[in-house]
Design a binder for this molecule. Structure first.
Ligand code: 5CA
Ligand code: ZN
Length: 408
């Protein structure tokens, strides 16, 4: 699948710092220690509706991770999937009378446009579930060879107990796992399963549903094995960051890790499991299934500057749940105007201490609100009185662009 165009990344004076991030599996903030190339997998969209502010928050946060690593002198190998075949897509197709492929193609194209407008650096590999089916089938065969798969009426299930480390990503107790599994696409109550937590890796063909021919039979992949396969194919085992929204910690990232760890006979799948908090609107988590959505594309078409949307998102730390509001967007629009005025000033105070403050804030568990405050302080000083340094306004604009992805 095509990704989207790579924007130009300004070069900043000096280099940034090693990035510390909260690792869900460890329950603490730990330093990321990539070896030359940082390897990151971020779960992509299920393309049955347009990109909303919850998605945007998640992808912008991982984009800042990408930028901080690059500023620290690393190459970044970034991989993302598109769940272009799954139940919600087929359900939407039935509701609207459209072909599921048309919905997926249209919404994936819109997502690319939104990401490009938001100045999100593209993944080098942007891979669809459908194009990964041969690879998924091979990994399921490897799991079968290790005795980690059984059949329930022709559907294939992964035995979670085959991974001794199962449960270590999200750290939930068994009762919590069973109830969250039921809420998030799992089927703990299906008769015939050995363990309620075992997850579907291959679903045999259902009437009126698409199916593909593989050595496993005629059918389609389960959800989790899709990301296991794409990550193993394009990053290999023990990559640096597995990312997504906090609703993916369990079961999705737990299952992906367990499957990969059994396939590879090694662990961990990822060194850090990083989760971005949930954005709500009208009192509930923004979700396609509930329909309480603020779309990136709707704001763009209404004339809102994508840099203002980005600033509205970055005003919140990635680990705090928050609610989208019009006031938040208004504040971001004012902030953008102030920064733009400061970047146009003929000269300003020395901006290098600001660069230092922004680098420090971001390296310290991605404290974007602190980084924005540091930028505000310089912008107010530059707008209020002429400082001595003629290069600083240009460097200020480069900091905003290179580290925060905000184009001035
Ligand atoms: N295709 C799967 C991942 S393999 C999926 O979860 N797709 S999604 O379209 O439902 O979500 C895409 C990403 O946006 C996920 O990382 C998800 O955790 C994140 N996300 C969804 N809703 C919100 C929200 N309200 N706030 C923050 N992030 C969200
Ligand atoms: Zn995923």
């Amino acid at each position: 699948m095509n990704s989207w165009p790579e924007p130009n990344l300004p070069h900043l004076p000096g280099t940034g710092y090693p990035l510390w991030l909260f690792d869900t599996a460890a329950g603490s903030v730990r330093v990321t220690e990539p070896e030359g190339t940082a390897r990151m997998y971020v779960c992509g969209i299920t393309p049955y509706d347009a990109t909303h502010m919850g998605h945007a928050f998640t992808y912008v946060n991982f984009d800042v991770i990408n930028r901080v690593w690059r500023d620290n002198g690393l190459e970044v190998h970034y991989v993302q999937n598109v769940t272009d075949i799954d139940d919600p897509l087929l359900e939407r197709a039935v509701q609207t009378g459209q072909d599921w492929r048309e919905i997926a193609d249209r919404e994936t194209a819109l997502f690319r446009e939104d990401m490009e407008a938001l100045n999100v650096l593209p993944p080098q590999h942007y891979i669809g579930a459908v194009e990964s089916i041969p690879s998924v089938a091979r990994y399921v065969e490897e799991l079968q060879a290790k005795g980690a798969v059984y059949s329930v009426d022709g559907d294939l299930y992964f035995r979670v107990a085959s991974d001794p480390a199962f449960g270590e990503v999200a750290g939930l107790d068994r009762d919590q796992m069973i109830s969250v599994f039921a809420e998030r696409g799992g089927d703990p109550a299906r008769p015939g399963k050995e363990d309620p937590l075992d997850c579907l890796v291959w679903q045999s063909e259902r009437p009126d549903e698409p199916a593909w021919d593989t050595p496993l039979g005629h059918g389609r992949p389960g959800w989790h094995i899709e990301c296991t396969a794409i990550a193993l194919d394009h990053l290999g085992m023990t990559f640096d960051v597995q990312g997504g929204g906090s609703d993916l910690a369990f079961p999705h990232h737990e299952m992906c890790a367990a499957e990969a760890q059994v396939i590879a006979g090694a662990r961990p799948f990822a060194r850090h499991y990083v989760h971005s908090a949930m954005v709500s609107w009208q009192g509930h988590k923004m979700s396609k299934s509930r329909g309480n959505l603020v779309f990136v594309s709707a704001l763009r078409h209404a004339g809102v500057d994508p840099s203002a949307i980005r600033l509205a998102l970055l005003a919140h730390h990635y680990r705090s749940d928050w609610a989208w509001t019009d006031q938040g967007l208004e504040g971001a629009t004012k902030r953008l105007a102030l920064w733009r005025m400061a970047a146009q000033a003929p000269s300003g105070p020395d901006v290098l201490p600001t660069l230092e403050a922004v680098r420090t804030a971001l390296a310290n568990d991605l404290r974007t609100p602190e980084a924005l405050d540091a930028m505000d302080a310089w912008a107010m000083a530059a707008a209020g009185s002429e400082g001595p340094d003629a290069d600083s306004p240009g460097v200020f604009a480069d900091i905003a662009d290179a580290l925060l992805g905000v184009r001035l």
